[in-house]
Ligand binder design. Structure first.
Ligand code: GLY
Length: 316
């Protein structure tokens, strides 16, 4: 039976391998996507997700996460949640609620506390240091997604044909207290429909949410477009439209998977992502834009070795 996973950024590779083991052993898409994202949330080397994520302008790590079950269309989200190690697990549990399935701020944190989720001081010494030096610089500039990394988004397709999509992020470095990006927003940061496929997004949330891009990709796939065409069409027409009407478009990268296990990716910046399926060994790819299309090629072993070295150097 077909199973597959696609996830954003090189940082999701270890989690992708965990998801792959689960899917190969007939576990659910929901468990696989949660475990994939938990692996990224646990790693302090990754400064845009979970433990080790960079804080807001007040020095507080506030996380956003979303989860969607493509069978039932149930979705759960948390935003600006604090000190919870696995924001995506809270989102998954909330997806079982008929009401109150999207909680923010103190309400989300209280829910996690009352329901026994793991609490930890999410501000690592390294993240605090980065915040202090940024504060000292007192740079009054427009915020950009943190260089090199952003939201972890993942899509899983299990052997029963069920899809799940999920996201987790600490959002923009030095964001305003309470700022929420696209990641917890169904339709923008993620969307899953097991009759069609799923998509997730990473990049500048304020712009991604202007186009509801994850839903747009799934809608295009429902019309019969393959994931690559759906991703490229959704991204490049939207970016052109936004540049015309709004004056600029931030960095945006999109991943998608359909019922056949075919995947697609579109990006307007250089972007790494990971894929595995029953036909394809775990693989990291690099994508970049070229004239309203996305070009994609596999990473070399040399690149991966360098990356591992750099990551080991950044872990506290
Ligand atoms: N895409 C993550 C954010 O904007 O917060």
């Amino acid at each position: 039976m077909i199973w597959a996973t696609i996830s954003t950024w090189r940082m999701s590779f270890d989690g992708l391998q965990k998801a792959s083991d689960l899917l190969e052993n007939r576990q659910s898409a929901a468990s696989a996507v949660e475990k994939l994202i938990n692996a990224v949330e646990d790693n302090p080397a990754y400064q845009s997700v979970g433990y080790g994520g960079l804080p807001n302008e007040d020095g507080i790590v506030q996380m956003d996460a979303g989860f969607m079950d493509g069978d039932s269309l149930a979705q759960g989200s948390v935003a600006a949640i604090e000190n919870v190690k696995h924001a995506v697990s809270v989102a998954r549990q909330l997806s079982q609620n008929k009401t109150s399935s999207f909680l923010v701020g103190a309400g989300a944190t209280k829910y996690a506390q009352r329901n026994g989720f793991e609490f930890v001081n999410m501000l690592t010494p390294k993240a605090k240091e980065a915040w202090q030096s940024r504060k000292e610089e007192q740079i009054q500039q427009e915020l950009k997604p943190y260089d090199g990394h952003d939201t972890v988004g993942a899509i899983t397709l299990d052997q029963n044909g069920s899809f799940c999509a999920a996201t987790s992020t600490s959002g923009l470095f030095m964001k305003k207290d309470g700022r929420i990006g696209d990641s917890p927003l169904s339709g923008s940061g993620f969307y899953a429909d097991s009759q069609v496929g799923a998509a997730t997004a990473t990049g500048l949330g304020e712009d991604i949410m202007k186009g509801c891009l994850s839903y747009e990709i799934v809608r295009k796939m429902a019309e019969g477009k393959d994931p690559q065409t759906a991703c490229d069409e959704a991204l490049f027409s939207f970016v052109a439209n936004l540049e015309n009407r709004y004056g600029s478009a931030g960095a945006i990268s999109l991943i998608a998977l359909n019922k056949k296990g075919e995947w697609g990716v579109a990006t307007n910046v250089q972007f790494a992502f990971c894929v595995v399926s029953e036909q394809e060994k775990p693989q990291v790819y690099l994508a970049q834009p070229k004239a309203d299309k996305t070009t994609i090629f596999p990473f070399t072993q040399e690149w991966l070795d360098n990356y591992e070295r750099e990551m080991n150097m950044t872990v506290d």
